[in-house]
Design a protein around this ligand. Structure first.
Ligand code: ZN
Length: 123
């Protein structure tokens, strides 16, 4: 379904901005759909049309259904710029925060976004 304020023009821009990756990421059975346009400093794709749409949240709503209240969309492929609904999973924000920290830690220092302090995770 299409979110309120989102029309076919937006849908066309959304689809034009995606490019299917040529390889499969670990644990995935379909390739990532990489966002080619604007990304925020954390790597999350944004479609700027009228307002800012987060492309993974958009993809979830369009292809899967409404995001539960207080829900985050987790990227099972760990590719923040991916909009493949097959790689997206809705989960409570607090569960997601735990996963993100864990993921950051295992990734080591990536230059980050400067607000996580780096290296102070107990995990
Ligand atoms: Zn993906």
């Amino acid at each position: 379904m299409m979110p309120v304020g989102f029309g076919y023009k937006h849908l066309a821009l959304f689809l034009q901005g995606l490019k299917t990756e040529s390889h499969l990421r670990p644990g995935m059975t379909t390739p990532c759909w990489n966002w080619q346009k604007y990304r925020d400093k954390r790597g999350y794709g944004q479609l700027k049309a009228g307002r800012v749409w987060w492309i993974h949240r958009l993809a979830y709503v369009l292809y899967v259904g409404p995001i539960p209240a207080a829900g985050d969309i987790h990227h099972r492929c760990h590719n923040q710029g991916c909009a493949n609904p097959d790689h997206l999973e809705a989960m409570p924000a607090n569960t997601h925060a735990g996963l993100s920290n864990d993921h950051r830690w295992h990734n080591g220092s990536d230059g980050g976004d400067g607000d996580d302090g780096g290296g102070d995770s107990p995990y």
